[in-house]
Design a protein around this ligand. Structure first.
Ligand code: SF4
Length: 327
Protein backbone atom coordinates (compact mmCIF):
# COMPACT_ATOMS: atom_id res chain seq x y z
CA UNK A 1 0.00 0.00 0.00
CA UNK A 2 1.45 3.36 -1.03
CA UNK A 3 0.48 5.07 2.25
CA UNK A 4 2.74 2.63 4.14
CA UNK A 5 5.54 3.40 1.68
CA UNK A 6 4.99 7.14 2.17
CA UNK A 7 5.23 6.62 5.92
CA UNK A 8 8.45 4.62 5.65
CA UNK A 9 9.97 7.20 3.27
CA UNK A 10 9.46 10.04 5.77
CA UNK A 11 8.29 12.28 2.91
CA UNK A 12 7.10 15.68 4.06
CA UNK A 13 5.09 18.07 1.86
CA UNK A 14 7.32 20.09 -0.45
CA UNK A 15 5.16 23.21 -0.37
CA UNK A 16 7.15 24.51 2.58
CA UNK A 17 4.71 23.24 5.19
CA UNK A 18 6.86 20.13 5.88
CA UNK A 19 3.72 18.22 6.93
CA UNK A 20 4.10 14.41 6.75
CA UNK A 21 2.55 13.39 3.42
CA UNK A 22 1.20 10.04 4.61
CA UNK A 23 -0.81 11.69 7.42
CA UNK A 24 -2.64 13.85 4.87
CA UNK A 25 -3.32 10.92 2.54
CA UNK A 26 -4.63 8.78 5.41
CA UNK A 27 -6.86 11.61 6.69
CA UNK A 28 -8.46 12.01 3.23
CA UNK A 29 -8.91 8.25 2.90
CA UNK A 30 -10.68 8.06 6.27
CA UNK A 31 -12.90 11.08 5.56
CA UNK A 32 -13.76 9.74 2.11
CA UNK A 33 -14.99 6.46 3.59
CA UNK A 34 -17.57 8.45 5.56
CA UNK A 35 -18.88 10.65 2.72
CA UNK A 36 -18.16 8.49 -0.33
CA UNK A 37 -16.39 11.10 -2.46
CA UNK A 38 -13.09 12.97 -2.53
CA UNK A 39 -10.87 15.06 -4.79
CA UNK A 40 -7.15 15.48 -5.44
CA UNK A 41 -5.38 18.76 -6.21
CA UNK A 42 -1.84 19.28 -7.46
CA UNK A 43 -0.80 22.76 -6.45
CA UNK A 44 1.31 24.31 -9.21
CA UNK A 45 0.51 27.95 -8.39
CA UNK A 46 4.16 28.70 -7.42
CA UNK A 47 3.93 32.49 -7.12
CA UNK A 48 6.70 33.50 -4.72
CA UNK A 49 9.74 35.40 -6.02
CA UNK A 50 12.87 33.22 -6.37
CA UNK A 51 10.91 29.94 -6.32
CA UNK A 52 10.87 28.16 -9.69
CA UNK A 53 11.42 24.48 -8.89
CA UNK A 54 7.89 23.39 -9.83
CA UNK A 55 8.38 24.99 -13.22
CA UNK A 56 11.61 23.02 -13.59
CA UNK A 57 9.85 19.78 -12.59
CA UNK A 58 6.94 20.40 -14.98
CA UNK A 59 9.48 20.99 -17.74
CA UNK A 60 11.73 18.06 -16.89
CA UNK A 61 9.62 15.33 -15.28
CA UNK A 62 5.96 15.83 -16.28
CA UNK A 63 5.36 12.04 -16.51
CA UNK A 64 6.49 11.53 -12.91
CA UNK A 65 4.15 14.28 -11.70
CA UNK A 66 1.13 12.85 -13.54
CA UNK A 67 2.05 9.37 -12.29
CA UNK A 68 2.10 10.67 -8.69
CA UNK A 69 -1.35 12.24 -9.19
CA UNK A 70 -2.70 9.01 -10.70
CA UNK A 71 -1.41 7.06 -7.70
CA UNK A 72 -3.35 9.45 -5.44
CA UNK A 73 -6.55 9.08 -7.51
CA UNK A 74 -6.30 5.28 -7.38
CA UNK A 75 -5.35 5.07 -3.71
CA UNK A 76 -8.17 7.36 -2.60
CA UNK A 77 -10.60 6.27 -5.31
CA UNK A 78 -11.02 10.00 -6.00
CA UNK A 79 -13.64 11.48 -8.35
CA UNK A 80 -11.04 13.49 -10.21
CA UNK A 81 -7.90 15.57 -9.81
CA UNK A 82 -7.17 19.18 -10.66
CA UNK A 83 -3.75 20.57 -11.50
CA UNK A 84 -3.96 24.18 -10.36
CA UNK A 85 -1.40 26.05 -12.46
CA UNK A 86 0.01 29.54 -12.34
CA UNK A 87 -1.21 31.27 -15.53
CA UNK A 88 2.14 31.31 -17.30
CA UNK A 89 2.61 27.59 -16.47
CA UNK A 90 -0.88 26.80 -17.76
CA UNK A 91 0.00 28.35 -21.12
CA UNK A 92 3.44 26.77 -21.24
CA UNK A 93 2.63 23.21 -20.13
CA UNK A 94 -1.00 22.69 -21.21
CA UNK A 95 -0.25 20.69 -24.37
CA UNK A 96 2.43 18.49 -22.81
CA UNK A 97 0.37 17.70 -19.74
CA UNK A 98 -2.82 17.01 -21.71
CA UNK A 99 -0.94 14.54 -23.88
CA UNK A 100 0.34 12.63 -20.84
CA UNK A 101 -3.04 12.80 -19.05
CA UNK A 102 -4.94 11.27 -21.97
CA UNK A 103 -8.32 10.04 -20.71
CA UNK A 104 -7.45 10.05 -17.02
CA UNK A 105 -9.75 12.15 -14.82
CA UNK A 106 -7.29 15.02 -14.37
CA UNK A 107 -8.29 18.60 -15.24
CA UNK A 108 -5.92 21.50 -15.77
CA UNK A 109 -7.04 24.71 -14.06
CA UNK A 110 -5.51 28.15 -14.68
CA UNK A 111 -5.18 30.21 -11.49
CA UNK A 112 -7.58 33.11 -11.09
CA UNK A 113 -5.35 35.40 -9.01
CA UNK A 114 -1.80 35.86 -7.80
CA UNK A 115 0.47 34.56 -5.06
CA UNK A 116 -2.34 34.02 -2.57
CA UNK A 117 -3.93 31.38 -4.84
CA UNK A 118 -1.11 29.05 -3.80
CA UNK A 119 -2.52 29.05 -0.24
CA UNK A 120 -4.65 25.91 -0.16
CA UNK A 121 -7.96 27.29 1.10
CA UNK A 122 -7.74 30.22 -1.36
CA UNK A 123 -6.95 27.76 -4.12
CA UNK A 124 -10.12 25.81 -3.33
CA UNK A 125 -12.22 28.98 -3.26
CA UNK A 126 -10.76 29.86 -6.66
CA UNK A 127 -11.61 26.45 -8.19
CA UNK A 128 -15.26 26.68 -7.12
CA UNK A 129 -15.55 30.23 -8.49
CA UNK A 130 -15.50 32.24 -5.23
CA UNK A 131 -13.34 35.29 -4.41
CA UNK A 132 -9.63 34.60 -4.07
CA UNK A 133 -9.59 34.74 -0.28
CA UNK A 134 -8.55 32.20 2.34
CA UNK A 135 -11.18 30.60 4.51
CA UNK A 136 -11.02 29.64 8.15
CA UNK A 137 -9.60 26.27 9.24
CA UNK A 138 -10.96 23.93 10.59
CA UNK A 139 -12.52 22.32 8.72
CA UNK A 140 -9.30 21.33 6.99
CA UNK A 141 -9.32 20.49 3.27
CA UNK A 142 -8.76 16.83 4.21
CA UNK A 143 -12.25 16.87 5.83
CA UNK A 144 -14.16 19.45 3.79
CA UNK A 145 -12.33 20.76 0.75
CA UNK A 146 -13.45 21.15 -2.85
CA UNK A 147 -17.25 21.27 -3.16
CA UNK A 148 -17.38 20.37 0.55
CA UNK A 149 -15.71 16.96 0.08
CA UNK A 150 -12.41 15.68 1.49
CA UNK A 151 -9.56 16.92 -0.69
CA UNK A 152 -5.92 15.96 -0.90
CA UNK A 153 -3.76 18.96 -1.82
CA UNK A 154 -0.10 18.35 -2.49
CA UNK A 155 2.35 20.37 -4.49
CA UNK A 156 4.12 19.42 -7.72
CA UNK A 157 7.32 18.24 -6.07
CA UNK A 158 5.41 16.11 -3.57
CA UNK A 159 3.64 14.23 -6.40
CA UNK A 160 6.99 13.81 -8.15
CA UNK A 161 8.39 12.26 -4.96
CA UNK A 162 5.32 10.01 -4.56
CA UNK A 163 5.97 8.60 -8.03
CA UNK A 164 9.62 7.96 -7.14
CA UNK A 165 8.62 6.28 -3.86
CA UNK A 166 6.18 3.98 -5.64
CA UNK A 167 8.93 2.94 -8.06
CA UNK A 168 11.43 2.40 -5.25
CA UNK A 169 13.63 5.21 -6.61
CA UNK A 170 13.27 7.79 -3.82
CA UNK A 171 16.44 8.75 -1.99
CA UNK A 172 15.31 11.56 0.36
CA UNK A 173 16.37 14.37 -1.93
CA UNK A 174 14.61 17.64 -2.69
CA UNK A 175 14.96 20.49 -5.19
CA UNK A 176 16.56 23.84 -4.35
CA UNK A 177 16.29 27.01 -6.46
CA UNK A 178 19.47 29.07 -6.19
CA UNK A 179 19.47 32.71 -7.30
CA UNK A 180 20.77 36.17 -6.37
CA UNK A 181 24.43 37.16 -6.57
CA UNK A 182 25.78 33.76 -7.61
CA UNK A 183 27.84 32.40 -10.51
CA UNK A 184 25.68 29.40 -11.25
CA UNK A 185 21.96 29.95 -10.61
CA UNK A 186 19.41 27.21 -11.25
CA UNK A 187 17.56 24.26 -9.74
CA UNK A 188 19.57 21.54 -8.02
CA UNK A 189 18.67 18.24 -6.37
CA UNK A 190 20.36 17.40 -3.07
CA UNK A 191 19.60 15.47 0.13
CA UNK A 192 16.77 17.11 2.04
CA UNK A 193 18.93 17.66 5.13
CA UNK A 194 21.98 19.12 3.42
CA UNK A 195 23.07 22.44 5.02
CA UNK A 196 22.70 25.56 2.87
CA UNK A 197 26.44 26.28 3.08
CA UNK A 198 27.26 22.86 1.62
CA UNK A 199 24.70 23.25 -1.18
CA UNK A 200 26.29 26.57 -2.15
CA UNK A 201 29.75 24.99 -2.12
CA UNK A 202 28.70 21.93 -4.14
CA UNK A 203 27.01 24.04 -6.82
CA UNK A 204 30.01 26.37 -7.12
CA UNK A 205 27.89 29.19 -5.72
CA UNK A 206 29.62 29.97 -2.41
CA UNK A 207 30.62 33.65 -2.73
CA UNK A 208 34.04 34.97 -1.79
CA UNK A 209 32.48 38.21 -0.46
CA UNK A 210 30.58 38.65 2.81
CA UNK A 211 27.00 37.60 2.25
CA UNK A 212 23.71 36.51 3.74
CA UNK A 213 21.01 34.29 2.27
CA UNK A 214 17.26 34.23 2.26
CA UNK A 215 15.98 30.68 2.53
CA UNK A 216 12.54 29.24 1.78
CA UNK A 217 11.08 31.92 -0.51
CA UNK A 218 12.17 35.25 -1.99
CA UNK A 219 9.63 37.23 0.07
CA UNK A 220 8.60 35.11 3.07
CA UNK A 221 11.87 33.24 3.64
CA UNK A 222 14.06 33.69 6.69
CA UNK A 223 17.53 35.24 6.65
CA UNK A 224 20.66 33.26 7.51
CA UNK A 225 24.06 34.82 8.03
CA UNK A 226 27.42 33.10 7.47
CA UNK A 227 27.62 31.69 11.01
CA UNK A 228 24.28 29.89 10.49
CA UNK A 229 24.83 28.34 7.08
CA UNK A 230 25.65 24.89 8.40
CA UNK A 231 22.62 24.74 10.73
CA UNK A 232 19.87 22.28 9.73
CA UNK A 233 16.86 23.84 7.92
CA UNK A 234 13.51 22.49 6.73
CA UNK A 235 11.48 23.63 3.75
CA UNK A 236 14.35 25.33 1.93
CA UNK A 237 12.81 25.49 -1.55
CA UNK A 238 14.89 28.51 -2.48
CA UNK A 239 18.20 30.08 -1.58
CA UNK A 240 18.83 33.72 -2.56
CA UNK A 241 22.32 35.11 -2.03
CA UNK A 242 22.79 38.81 -1.12
CA UNK A 243 26.03 40.75 -0.91
CA UNK A 244 26.06 42.00 2.69
CA UNK A 245 28.02 45.17 1.87
CA UNK A 246 26.16 46.19 -1.29
CA UNK A 247 22.65 45.31 -0.15
CA UNK A 248 20.69 48.01 1.60
CA UNK A 249 18.34 46.13 3.98
CA UNK A 250 15.78 48.91 3.73
CA UNK A 251 15.65 48.52 -0.07
CA UNK A 252 15.21 44.79 0.41
CA UNK A 253 12.35 45.31 2.85
CA UNK A 254 10.79 47.76 0.41
CA UNK A 255 10.99 45.18 -2.36
CA UNK A 256 9.25 42.57 -0.18
CA UNK A 257 6.58 44.97 1.04
CA UNK A 258 5.75 46.05 -2.52
CA UNK A 259 5.20 42.40 -3.34
CA UNK A 260 2.89 41.90 -0.35
CA UNK A 261 1.15 45.20 -1.00
CA UNK A 262 0.16 43.94 -4.45
CA UNK A 263 -0.65 40.39 -3.37
CA UNK A 264 -2.59 40.68 -0.09
CA UNK A 265 -6.33 40.23 -0.43
CA UNK A 266 -7.43 42.87 2.09
CA UNK A 267 -9.66 40.50 4.03
CA UNK A 268 -8.12 41.00 7.47
CA UNK A 269 -7.17 44.27 9.18
CA UNK A 270 -3.73 43.26 10.59
CA UNK A 271 -2.39 42.44 7.14
CA UNK A 272 -4.30 45.01 5.08
CA UNK A 273 -3.44 47.94 7.39
CA UNK A 274 -0.10 46.56 8.55
CA UNK A 275 1.29 46.10 5.04
CA UNK A 276 0.01 49.57 4.05
CA UNK A 277 1.66 51.22 7.08
CA UNK A 278 4.94 49.38 6.57
CA UNK A 279 5.01 50.45 2.93
CA UNK A 280 4.32 54.03 3.99
CA UNK A 281 7.22 53.98 6.46
CA UNK A 282 9.64 52.25 4.09
CA UNK A 283 8.81 54.60 1.19
CA UNK A 284 9.28 57.78 3.25
CA UNK A 285 12.52 59.74 3.30
CA UNK A 286 12.68 59.66 7.08
CA UNK A 287 14.71 57.28 9.24
CA UNK A 288 12.79 54.16 10.13
CA UNK A 289 11.04 54.15 13.48
CA UNK A 290 12.26 50.66 14.35
CA UNK A 291 10.17 50.12 17.52
CA UNK A 292 7.06 50.98 15.48
CA UNK A 293 8.12 48.70 12.59
CA UNK A 294 8.66 45.85 15.07
CA UNK A 295 5.30 46.50 16.73
CA UNK A 296 3.49 46.33 13.37
CA UNK A 297 5.39 43.16 12.48
CA UNK A 298 4.39 41.58 15.80
CA UNK A 299 0.73 42.28 15.08
CA UNK A 300 1.08 40.88 11.56
CA UNK A 301 2.81 37.75 12.82
CA UNK A 302 0.32 37.07 15.59
CA UNK A 303 -3.02 38.13 14.16
CA UNK A 304 -2.95 37.83 10.37
CA UNK A 305 -5.65 35.53 9.11
CA UNK A 306 -3.48 33.52 6.72
CA UNK A 307 0.18 32.63 6.06
CA UNK A 308 0.72 35.60 3.73
CA UNK A 309 0.54 38.15 6.55
CA UNK A 310 2.59 35.93 8.85
CA UNK A 311 5.20 35.63 6.07
CA UNK A 312 5.67 39.41 6.00
CA UNK A 313 6.53 39.38 9.69
CA UNK A 314 8.79 36.34 9.49
CA UNK A 315 11.13 37.57 6.76
CA UNK A 316 11.36 41.16 8.01
CA UNK A 317 11.92 40.27 11.64
CA UNK A 318 14.53 37.76 10.59
CA UNK A 319 16.35 40.43 8.53
CA UNK A 320 16.17 43.05 11.30
CA UNK A 321 17.58 40.57 13.83
CA UNK A 322 20.62 39.78 11.66
CA UNK A 323 21.51 42.65 9.36
CA UNK A 324 22.10 46.20 10.49
CA UNK A 325 19.97 48.91 8.90
CA UNK A 326 21.96 51.64 7.17
CA UNK A 327 19.27 54.30 7.53
S1 SF4 B 1 -3.25 37.86 5.97
FE1 SF4 B 1 -3.34 39.24 4.16
S2 SF4 B 1 -3.65 37.87 2.46
FE2 SF4 B 1 -4.19 36.72 4.31
S3 SF4 B 1 -6.38 37.05 4.61
FE3 SF4 B 1 -5.36 38.68 5.72
S4 SF4 B 1 -5.29 40.36 4.20
FE4 SF4 B 1 -5.70 38.51 3.04
Amino acid sequence: MIIEKLKESGLKGRSGSCFPTWVKWEAVLKAKKKVGKCFVVCNAAEGEPAVFKDKYLLETYPEEIINGIKIAIETLDAEKAFIYLRNSYFKKFKKTLEKIIGNDPIELFAETGGYLCGEETTLMESVVGNRNEPRIRPPFPTEAGLFGFPTLINNVETFYSVSKIEKGQYSRTRFYCISGKVKNPGVFEFPEDMPIGEILEQTNNAPLFKYFVQVGGGASGGIMILEELFNPVEGAASIVVYDQVETNPRDLMRKWINFYYNQNCGKCVPCREGVYRLKEMLDSEESLNLPLVRAVLNVLGQFSFCPLGKGVAFSMKSLLERVELKK
